[in-house]
Structure formats: C-alpha cells, structure tokens
Design a protein around this ligand. Structure first.
Ligand SMILES: [Fe+2]
Length: 287
C-alpha cells in the first residue's frame, strides 16, 4: 500500500539525496556540505535505499534515522522491514547485479539493528510538498512501482504516464543511480542520482541535488560530491562484500552495466556535467 506524508510548503531550498547504499563516508561528506550551506535536517530529503552495496548498512541507516531527515522507503527498506530474503531491486534474474545483490542484501539484513528495521517499516512510501506554488511528489523508483527504473533515456510517454498518476507538477525520484532533470511540457521529472555509488561516469564523484525557489519558479541544481572513497572501498573489501562495488568506488564505473538501457550504457565513462535547470526557463519567462 502506498502512503504519502505531506511535508507542507517549503519557502527555503531543500537538499535531495538518495541511495546512500551503506556509504557512511559519503553521508558524512554530505552532512559537512549541508552544514556549510545552512540546510537543517528537516530540509534534507532521502529518497530511499539507505543500505545496499557498501559496508555500513547499519551506520548509514542510523545516520539518517537519528537526524530525522524526511525519508521514504526504497525497495531495500521495504524488503528489510518485511524480513524478505532479497532486495527486490528489479534486476533481471540473469544480470550481474542480481547475483551480487544476494551477498550485499544478506550482509545488510544481518547488520541492521531492530531499531533500524522498525524505522524502515515506519517510513512513508512517498512524500509530498509544495514550493513556489508547485506540487512535488517524492518517490523511489516510479510513482506506481517502488522498483521501476525511470532512466533519463526512457521515452516521453513513460514519464507522462507516471506524472499523470502522480497528479503533481513535479516528481523527484531515485533508484536509478544517475542524476538528471527532464522537462516534460509544464512538468518536471528530477532524479538526484545516488549518494552511495558513483554515476558510472568514470569519476569517483557521487551526486545529490538542491531544489530551490527562484523568483516565481524553481531552480534544480545537481551537485557532485568528492568524499573519502578510499575508506569506503577498504571497508567494503574488509567486509568481503562483492569486490565489484569497491572497484566502482575507485574507478567510477559500475560492475553491472547490463541493467542499463543502451543510451546509459554508451555514456559509461563519460564524465557527467549536469547543468542547473530553471523551471520555467528564462526563455519561457520572456514569452
Ligand atoms: Fe532502489
């Protein structure tokens, strides 16, 4: 059952992150950035999957839980809260991801504490808020399915269908791990990327975003974060988790491109340069 928590209206910017994936070093770096730029805990949104590929499943879960960041269930929280035996990430059964997920999911399941599991079960499926007169819905994968992958290269109709179901002006999502902002007519689909794993762009950077009032509109900014990836990778290896993810933290390349659509596969190793998006754009305002 989908339940939506309404956060009300934001007059100030919000920070959006998702897919912490058990990467405590990335979370700590994000906290330093948030402190430096004046983002209080009530304006830091996490789009789910606090635990996954990296070694600090419990540490990352507690980090978000203790700060009370507005958060939703990703597929990982759904499964851990339910005591399920798999991550339900939505990977093809034959994919590399699927095989490796059995190890990191069992590890996360063993590491998190009862308090983490209770917190995960308590999280809403989705969040709603307004900003500058626009209605936002925060989801994990898609509006109608937690683990649906909504990559940027998906055809317009796929996004349009989801935005219709959302009944909002904009959707903020996660799950895919690669940041983008896409305009669809008068509406927007925004993905902050993943905090816990690089974006398969050949750099070690991880991603988050800010969503801010801008005049009578909204400014979406994607931010790349450099953090102590070496410690995170060393912990991953020490925990005997799949080495492909430790390598990914160091090379910026995923061990599992087979889950990506062709467009995203061809972009592997090309350093991302995500531009800010104004909504409406300056051109639209001038008309
Ligand atoms: Fe996910």
């Amino acid at each position: 059952m989908i339940n939506v928590l309404d956060l009300g209206d934001f007059a100030q910017p919000v920070l959006v992150c998702g897919g912490a994936y058990g990467n405590l070093e990335a979370l700590e770096a994000l906290q330093r950035w948030a402190d430096l730029h004046g983002f209080s805990d009530d304006r830091i949104i996490h789009t789910g999957d606090a635990a996954a590929y990296c070694a600090d499943a419990a540490g990352a879960s507690a980090f978000i839980r203790e700060r009370g960041w507005p958060s939703i269930k990703g597929n990982v929280e759904e499964q851990l809260a339910a005591g399920a035996d798999n991550c339900a990430c939505g990977f093809d059964e034959a994919s590399v991801c699927n095989a490796m997920s059995q190890r990191w999911y069992a590890y996360a399941d063993a590491k998190i504490c009862a308090e983490d599991r209770i917190w995960m079960a308590s999280l809403p499926s989705q969040l709603a808020f307004t900003m500058a007169g626009r209605r936002f819905l925060v989801v994990h994968g898609a509006v109608d399915q937690t683990n649906r992958f909504m990559f940027e290269s998906l055809q317009h109709a796929g996004f349009a269908t989801q935005l219709t179901v959302a009944g909002s002006d904009a959707v903020i999502a996660g799950h895919t791990g690669i940041p983008f902002t896409r305009r669809l007519g008068d509406q927007v689909w925004h993905n902050s990327g993943a905090l816990g794993l690089p974006a398969n762009d050949g750099t070690r950077r991880v991603w988050f975003s800010t969503v801010a009032p801008h005049g009578d509109g909204i400014r979406f900014c994607h931010h790349a974060l450099v953090y102590d990836h070496a410690t995170a990778a060393n912990k991953l290896r020490a925990a005997n988790l799949p080495a492909g993810y430790a390598d990914a933290l160091e090379t910026g390349l995923w061990p599992s491109p087979d889950i990506l659509p062709g467009t995203e596969q061809r972009a592997a190793g090309v350093a991302l340069n995500c531009e800010d998006h104004l909504w409406p754009s300056e051109l639209e305002k001038a008309v």
